[in-house]
Design a protein around this ligand. Structure first.
Ligand code: ADP
Length: 612
């Protein structure tokens, strides 16, 4: 019982959400259900009357009833067809709602929360299953069918009651006694109880099995998703696959998973077929019992011959209504196994409270950022990645952050950009803890080019403006500053040329060109703080030197931070901090650090040898 309630709690909430988006969907579906039910019972009633009139030889009146029957079917049938035609557009919309809600929520969550493995599991699980099993569209379909079945049960129950209560013309004798109201009720009640017990047994036996098969299959679905989207669906991965001859390994892996998937669908089909057969047996027994009862009533003169079709039809509707509810509940249970996690995802709160104070708008760029005793540990990891980091970013200063791989440089930037929050200590902007600021306003202070920068399969201008308004002059200026103007000019549609091939016939850009576009994007933002995390990794030494020179001019009047393996970049900076195992171990200018002969000097000398 608790399980039934929890399924419908999820269903009810989702229906409410659909209604909240479009208040016409529910009423129109309700109307369709009501019309279809009325059509059935009007048909039953009119057919019964028609048969009785024909048997009584009242042919004129019978023709009139036949006309009513035709009109009712025509009118209600047309209305239902028209409504269903409207549903076609709605179905796509309802199907899309799931993805809209999913994305809206994902964008509203902070990066740290989204990175939690259980969150991506919930997204992947419900998205994949929704694709496989119909999601919200099927939910609405099942609820409509449940409502239809309930209406059938209600109306047919009234008719069944009426037929049971009808007194036979001859109450004597065995059949006459059986056809009396009380024995009829007992007979019908017996058939009903038999059906209830039978169908409950079928539901429990097969439902649990279906659930079990479903659960055991999730892992395989996730693997197939990964292979489809991130391995086989990514052209760049194809390069590695060919170079390393991984085709056979990946093909084998995919085939194994697909084999499991085929086995899963086979098993599901077998169980579902078994469930259908078992249901058919139970419903046939119930139908046979009902027909016998109505036949008894007709033979003993309790109802007319015409009414026989009407009542037998009603009994049939009663039985199939009960089965429909059980079957739809099974379908809903299946849907709720993945819609439950989806709703949990929608209910996920951000790990940290969001601040609300606005960031002071300053034209002089006087934004002072500082780390105060900052410790940081990635979610789910044991070790501190940053330990007691203290540092003040000089306003309009140029800061270089150096250190070995894994020393914590990118993490330092991640925290500064508020992608994560310190585990201990605080980061301040003009003396105020950055957690207190409105997140969007705070982030608007930074133009960042991450090491793993991403461009999108959108036109060049959209990649540069990144959602901002299109101002061609400014875009061209940013491209010039990032040394990307020349190659963009040569593109077939200039700024309107699409990148990559995913959305449109676009161009493929080289690693260096892509990096320049990412730099132009950071510059277009015109933020007071510019951060470049390994900005020149994909550039040759000459281009790198040029970029640095240009950069230093570009960031004039702004605060800039460089993370680079290329020590030569440090020379241009006012201050250098050296990270080692999550701690700042040295800080100062190039001259002072080099003269100190510590790890900075060693790194410098090691690289100077290669440049010599
Ligand atoms: P650097 O930029 O100096 O190469 P990072 O800041 O990227 O170093 O990484 C510092 C440490 O944090 C490394 O040990 C790395 O494995 C770990 N790390 C980085 N990102 C994550 C993450 N998202 N989850 C868990 N650990 C991470």
């Amino acid at each position: 019982m608790r399980e039934i309630l929890s399924v419908h709690k999820i269903g009810y909430r989702l229906l409410g959400m659909i209604h909240g988006v479009d208040s016409t969907i529910m009423p129109m579906h309700l109307l369709e259900v009501c019309l279809s039910v009325v059509q059935v019972y009007a048909g039953l009633y009119l057919t019964a009357g028609l048969i009785d009139l024909l048997l009584a030889g009242a042919y004129g009146q019978a023709a009139e009833w036949a006309l009513y029957l035709l009109l009712v079917n025509l009118l209600l049938g047309t209305a239902t067809v028209l409504l269903k035609r409207k549903f076609r557009g709605m179905e796509t919309r309802i199907w899309q709602l799931f993805y809209v809600w999913m994305r809206e929520k994902a964008f509203s969550l902070d990066y740290e929360t989204m990175e939690r493995p259980e969150i991506s599991e919930k997204i992947l699980f419900s998205e994949r299953r929704s694709n496989m099993h119909g999601g919200l569209g099927m939910l609405l379909y099942y609820y409509c069918d449940i409502l239809r079945a309930l209406l059938h049960i209600l109306l047919s129950a009234a008719m069944v009651l009426y037929v049971c209560m009808a007194r036979p013309s001859q109450e004597a004798g065995f059949w006459g006694t059986l056809a009396r109201p009380l024995p009829s009720m007992i007979l019908f009640g017996g058939a009903l109880a038999g059906m209830a017990v039978g169908s409950w047994k079928v539901y429990s036996r097969f439902g649990a099995r279906i659930q079990e098969i479903f659960e055991s299959h999730t892992g395989v679905e996730n693997k197939i998703s990964y292979l489809q989207m991130q391995v086989l669906g990514d052209a760049k991965v194809g390069k590695i696959i060919r170079l390393y001859g991984m085709q056979e390994m990946i093909f084998k892996n995919a085939m194994e998973n697909l084999k499991s998937s085929v086995a899963f669908f086979g098993k599901m089909c077998d169980v579902e077929r078994g469930q259908e057969n078992a249901n058919n047996v139970v419903s046939s027994l119930f139908a046979a019992g009902s027909y016998l009862l109505v036949a008894l009533k007709a033979v003993t003169g309790a109802v007319t011959v015409g009414a026989f079709t009407q009542y037998a039809g009603a009994m049939n509707q009663f039985g199939s209504g009960c089965f429909k509810i059980i079957a739809c509940h099974g379908g809903l249970r299946e849907i709720c196994t993945y819609m439950g996690p989806f709703l949990e995802f929608l209910d996920t709160d951000n790990l940290h409270a969001k601040g609300s104070i606005p960031v002071e708008k300053r034209t002089d760029g006087e934004y002072e950022l500082a780390f105060e005793h900052v410790d940081f540990q990635y979610p789910g990891c044991q070790e501190l990645v940053l330990k007691d980091v203290n540092c003040r970013l000089r306003i309009r200063g140029k800061l270089a952050v150096v250190g070995k791989n894994g020393a914590g440089k990118t993490t330092f930037i991640n925290l500064l950009c508020r992608l994560y929050e310190p585990t201990a200590g605080r980061i301040t902007l003009n003396g105020v803890d950055i957690r207190k600021y409105d997140e969007e306003e705070y982030r608007s202070l930074f133009g960042v080019v991450f090491q793993d920068f991403k461009l999108f399969a959108f036109p060049v201008w959209q990649n540069v403006t990144a959602g901002g308004t299109r101002e061609d002059d400014r875009i061209r200026a940013a491209l010039r500053q990032a040394d990307a103007a020349e190659f963009v000019e040569k593109l077939p549609q200039g700024l309107d040329t699409y990148l990559y091939q995913e959305l449109e016939e676009g161009v493929t850009v080289s690693g260096g060109e892509a990096q320049k576009l990412a730099l132009a994007r950071a510059l277009y933002k015109d933020a007071p703080v510019v951060i470049l995390d390994e900005p020149t990794a994909a550039l040759d030494p000459k281009a790198e030197a040029e970029v640095y020179e240009r950069f230093h001019k570009m960031v004039e009047g702004r605060t800039s931070i460089y993370i680079s393996h290329r020590m030569s970049s440090c020379r241009f900076c006012d201050e250098i901090i050296v990270f080692d195992k999550g701690q700042i171990v040295e800080r100062g200018s190039h001259e002072t650090l080099y003269a100190a002969g510590g790890s900075y000097a060693r790194m410098w000398d090691a690289q100077a040898r290669y440049y010599a």
